[in-house]
Design a protein around this ligand. Sequence first.
Ligand code: AMP
Length: 209
Amino acid sequence: LSRLRVALAKGRLYEPSVERFTRAGAEPSADAGRRLLVPSSDPSIDFLMVKPGDVPVYVESGAADLGVTGTDVLRESGADVLEPLELGFGFCRLVVAAPAGVPYPRLPGGITARVATKYPRLAQSHFAALGRPVDIIQVNGSVEVAPLLGLSHWIVDLVDTGNTLRANDLVEQETVLQCGAVLVANRASQKLKLDAYLGLMERLERTPA
Ligand code: AMP
């Protein structure tokens, strides 16, 4: 039987991912500690622990055969991978938000709005599809404070409960994307390691979210 390397993201999706694979018979070995490549209770499956934003590139390149990632990260990456399974966790949405009192969807005087986001590609195509020119400003964190600091007029960011937006006096305006965790697969290894791939898929599908 061929071996499958599965890339797991070390952020919010980590615990539910491990739980799902454990129920499917592949539990990462307990002494994993700081190791990045970890064997599991299933001898045909190893886990690779990577940063959330890196899962699509590991899987697209074939450095990992499979991976778990959010559709926000996946669509932003543009990676060419298969998406055989929605995993039923990690739900959130990518939204446009504006500070209370800041006009939306147009600024007065024909000013081009600046939009701060960790998702420049998704934000750009959202506004382009609506025919609204904006300047996208890419940041890597603390997006919610960008308007407060004068960096941007609006933001595009992930929302779960909405608490973070409310705490920063931001009002949700539009949904860019509904997000959730998906299993992604490398196109070639799905064919080359078909036996192991089908075995794992069958066990994951038998143990739904
Ligand atoms: P909330 O306050 O529950 O609306 O959560 C929003 C904050 O959590 C923002 O800082 C988001 O960037 C972050 N967040 C929410 N959901 C996710 C997710 N699925 N993945 C990564 N970050 C998230």
